[in-house]
Design a protein around this ligand. Structure first.
Ligand code: MRU
Length: 351
């Protein structure tokens, strides 16, 4: 399976997702500022992968400071590192979850001295990466039975190995269903404007020889009405306490179309994607990205000069359209206010 992100002696190494599928190029970040830039520019993207990158960025930043003898003023430096990483992308709550987890380790290990503190933070960042893979495998185990045999699964964006430390959430469910012997194929929405579906999901599923058909986003309704789609499975960037789901722009339209056509709509996400501090999805911050992502495709302009553009990167799907939310601790069903709280309170170890 593709290695999305790794901690190495040379720095944080990640596959450059802006160059896929044509180039398999790896970048090495040697500073926390470089990690922040890879998140901002979407060299690495996908909620859980962003969380892992932030944790590794913090470990890298502290290692830089300690290795340069900057033990004095380390607390201020640590705050600066965390702030820089927190201001990269606003919607995926996994980013803030990972930063909080690293802050707890910092506080607990602060008294041990700079070297031990650095080593604890590096160990924690590596642990978050490993846990994420195990969590996705557990999501796959819970989700696979929900996937109808002999049907097509429709997915949006890329919620695969590339969007996580490995295996994927939505694509993890598909991988697990295939490995249980289910005969399924996948329809991947191309996912304008950034084309995560066309560029990343198709590439990733091709590596596993899972039959995949690329469609443009506006074809989804046609196929959902045609009876061929057995279910829709997507990932999530943030899930509010009532079960409203923020995910890649276009997810909401897909969910409405799925309900209209009686097709189950599943969301696969780790517990770290829950934000139970928010009562509803209306409070989820939606990232607005550059207009050039809409006016240009691979650097080529597709709109007249001076075109007015809106480019929200995510939308919110109200919980009434969500059939179930698949987590590493089990499957939540409506009413989500109760089922999500119950799963969140179960403890912090993924099984
Ligand atoms: O803008 P992106 O590519 O980071 O958006 C990614 C998504 O919307 C994914 O569906 C979500 O992060 C879940 S990834 C397991």
């Amino acid at each position: 399976m593709v290695e999305t992100i790794q901690w190495t002696d040379a720095g944080v190494v990640m596959i450059d997702q802006t160059r896929l599928p044509h180039e398999e190029h790896y970048v090495t970040c040697r500073t926390y500022q470089e990690v922040a830039e890879t998140i901002r520019s979407m060299v690495i993207r996908g909620a859980p992968a962003i969380g892992v990158a932030a944790a590794m960025g913090i470990a890298l930043g502290v290692a830089q400071a300690v290795d340069h003898g900057a033990a004095n003023g380390l607390d201020e430096q640590f705050e600066k590192i965390c702030n820089t990483l927190a201001h990269t992308r606003p919607t995926a709550v996994n980013l803030f979850w990972a930063i909080e987890r690293m802050k707890r380790v910092y506080r607990d290990a602060r008294a041990l001295g700079p070297i031990a503190l650095r080593d604890r933070l590096i160990a924690e960042a590596r642990q978050i990466r490993l846990e994420d893979i195990a969590i996705n495998e557990a999501i796959g185990r819970y989700g696979a039975p929900l996937v109808p045999d002999g049907k097509t699964v429709l997915t949006h964006c890329n919620a695969g190995a590339l969007a996580t430390a490995g295996f994927g959430t939505a694509l993890g469910v598909i991988r697990a269903a295939v490995s249980q012997g289910k005969k399924i194929d996948v329809f991947a929405d191309e996912t304008r404007p950034f084309l995560q579906g066309a560029r990343l999901t198709v590439w990733e599923l091709q590596q596993d020889a899972i039959p995949t058909t690329l469609i443009t986003d506006n074809m989804a309704g046609y196929f959902l009405r045609g009876g061929r789609i057995g279910c829709v499975v997507v990932g999530a960037d943030r899930i509010a306490a009532n079960g409203d789901v923020a995910n890649k722009i276009g997810t909401y339209s897909l969910a409405v179309l799925a309900k209209e056509n009686d097709v189950p709509f599943f969301v696969a996400a780790p517990i770290s994607t829950l934000d139970l501090t928010l009562a509803s999805g209306d409070q989820i911050p939606i990232e607005q990205r550059a207009s050039s992502e809409v006016t240009h495709v691979f650097g080529v302009s597709v709109a007249p000069e001076g075109t007015t553009v809106e480019n929200p990167a995510f939308d919110v799907t109200p919980h009434r359209y969500v059939t179930a939310i698949i987590t590493e601790r089990g499957v939540a069903r409506p009413p989500y206010l109760v089922s999500l709280r119950r799963l969140a309170d179960q403890g912090s170890v993924a099984r």
